[in-house]
Write a protein that binds this ligand. Structure first.
Ligand code: CP
Length: 304
């Protein structure tokens, strides 16, 4: 039995196969419409979500399976003190695979140790968000045709943004990746990440102003400031509108740069950017369904 806790749980070759499958699902949805008949996905979400939970549910429904679960810890027996370990043992009696989001880092890993079914980490605190990373990689590979040879700008809350941490870890396995980290000093990417990049000889630089690096970027990954991870509201209010990407700021950008965002967006991308052909964040959400379909099939060992 296999779980997904971290994007590095799959080798580069396994990811290639997963992305080929996702592209095949996109091109031939009818071929996969009954692949999971009789199977059930449990979504156990102890933290709010729109995309991750609903795209997992859409993925399983698209495969002909069924879904059950909870979207709020308060409506589960966690509110009575039940542990994640006990909960997953119960869920293992009801479903064939589980996607779990939890505010505590490592909680899905604790669940995986006690689980009788594959567990997918759907986001754990500020730590990892592997299926968002699969979504990001599939989007880049599908729209650019490759995953190496990019200067990648990551902008916004690089301290608390788990999607950023997961994406950096995943991209460093490809050739010729350079990073530009764009954040206010308070929201810098953690030292353990920059130390790891230095050890591996991967080129990165840190800047505060988006305008100082825009012409260099092949990919711009925008993120929101993670209000739920701040210790006080005052700091959040001070930093929340630090970056607002608008048409004027894009005037220096490459004509084929991609603008990605895991969403939800708050203020960091002006809606006037949505019509720019480089803005692919809504397409990215669609790729999230295909890659989660491919992941469910892979973890359940279903060959179509
Ligand atoms: N991208 C993402 O994880 O969105 P949700 O929080 O809505 O699931």
């Amino acid at each position: 039995m296999r779980h997904l806790m971290n994007p590095l749980d799959f080798s580069v070759e396994e990811l290639d196969k997963l992305f080929d499958l996702a592209n095949n699902i996109e091109a031939n949805p009818a071929k996969y419409a009954h692949a999971c008949e009789g199977k059930k996905l449990a979504t156990c979400f102890y933290e709010p979500s729109t995309r991750t939970r609903l795209s997992f549910e859409a993925a399983m429904l698209n495969l002909g399976g069924q879904v059950l679960g909870f979207s709020d810890a308060a409506s589960s027996s966690a509110s009575k003190g039940e542990s994640v370990s006990d909960t997953i043992r119960i869920i293992s009696c009801y479903a064939d695979i589980c996607a779990m989001r939890h505010p505590k880092e490592g909680a899905p890993m604790v669940a995986a140790e006690r689980s009788g079914i594959p567990v997918i980490n759907a986001g754990d605190g500020g730590h990892q968000h592997p299926t968002q990373t699969l979504t990001d990689l599939l989007t880049i590979r599908s729209l650019k045709g490759r995953l190496g040879g990019f200067t990648v700008g990551l902008c916004g809350d690089l301290k608390f943004g788990r999607t950023v941490h997961s994406l950096i870890n995943a991209l460093i396995r490809y050739d010729d990746i350079h990073f530009i980290f764009i954040s206010p000093p308070e929201l810098k990417v953690p030292d353990y990440i920059t130390d790891m990049l230095t050890e591996r000889g991967i080129i990165y630089r840190e800047v505060i102003r988006l305008e100082d690096c825009m012409p260099d970027l092949d990919l711009l990954y925008m993120t929101r400031v993670q209000r739920e991870r701040f210790f006080n509201e005052e700091d959040y209010v001070r930093l929340k509108d630090f970056y607002i990407l608008d048409k004027a700021k894009l005037s220096d950008a490459k004509s084929d740069m991609l603008i990605l965002h895991p969403l939800p967006r708050v203020n960091e991308i002006s809606i006037e950017v949505d019509d720019d052909p480089r803005a692919v964040y809504f397409k990215q959400a669609q790729y999230g369904v295909y890659v989660r379909m491919a992941l469910i099939l892979t973890l359940l060992g279903i060959d179509v």
